[in-house]
Design a protein around this ligand. Sequence first.
Ligand code: ADP
Ligand code: MG
Length: 353
Amino acid sequence: MSVIEIENLVKKYGDNLAVDNLNLKIEKGRVYGFLGPNGAGKSTTMNIITGYIGATSGTVKIDGRDIFKEPEQAKKCVGYLPEMPPLYQDMTVREYLKFVAELKKIPKCKREKNIEDALNMTKTDQVENRLIRNLSKGYKQRVGIAQALIGMPEVIILDEPTVGLDPKQIIEIRQLIKQLGKKHTVILSSHILSEISEVCDYIYIISRGCLVAAGSEKELVDQMAGKNVLEMEIKGNKDAVTAMMGTVSDVGKYEMTKSDKSDNVNLTIISDRENDVREKIFYACANSRLPILKMDFKHKTLEDLFIELTKDYAAPEKKKRRIGKSKAKKELQEDIDKEVEALNEISHKEENK
Ligand code: ADP
Ligand code: MG
């Protein structure tokens, strides 16, 4: 059974659809990544899963329990490091964890052991008596993770845990997350592909509140990226190029368009990763006496896929802004018109005096 099941989840902020009919499952024992650009809806989704905010519609079940109907029970299975963890700066690390254990209603007999374990796992035991305000940002983040671990919940949810850290701290926190993944189910959000692919077993790519792709890094690469793209410009007509392509086998899919500027043909060949067709095509063109004017070979990476999947993301915003601008322009023009009218009226009156 899945430890988390999200079905038809929708969250609206006024007219803004932050989460748009999201469906996904989290299986026990793996490290999951929510990957998406800023504003994709990652934090909103995490805030709903952890019971911080309500949803507009849809269901979230944690260990079979509905987060909206049985919040207390459901929340017990989840530890959360929000984007801005509520750390009490004037407490020591240990005092803070004790405070969190009380809030989470951990039975008294288990509290000490829980705090020890959280301190050890996050390596904050060396600073347990320091005031939180005096810790470095990396250590503060560790304390935030320790706080999520109190109660030793099955699922640990971390919202952009490396934002604002320096490169050394980033490496340390990623290491810590990998460690956590050995004992817990972890969900991690990030807008950085390399971070997600380094740490996570399974990736959900989210864009504009929708799930746009899911799979392990390898699956995503195999399914959608992982292709060779050969773009060529050939001197000749479509019939000649089609005939030439008939002389080669196993090259994958191809598309042809006529070049804008001349009678040449643009040929795009998409083949599997292992299949480098450049030589084959070169000799086929030579045998068919078709001069190659341009040849460009690209390897599609997961990065390309991520950019493609989230690329129209900014467009509606831009459009909105453009509408905003043209509206502003229109209003400005109306103001100017009114002013001119008023001036004309005045000068008219002056004339009539
Ligand atoms: P992410 O964490 O992926 O960057 P968020 O979940 O923070 O994305 O935001 C998703 C969308 O919801 C964005 O358009 C954001 O502006 C909007 N949003 C988030 N929180 C609020 C809020 N409290 N009130 C209004 N809009 C919000
Ligand atoms: Mg966020």
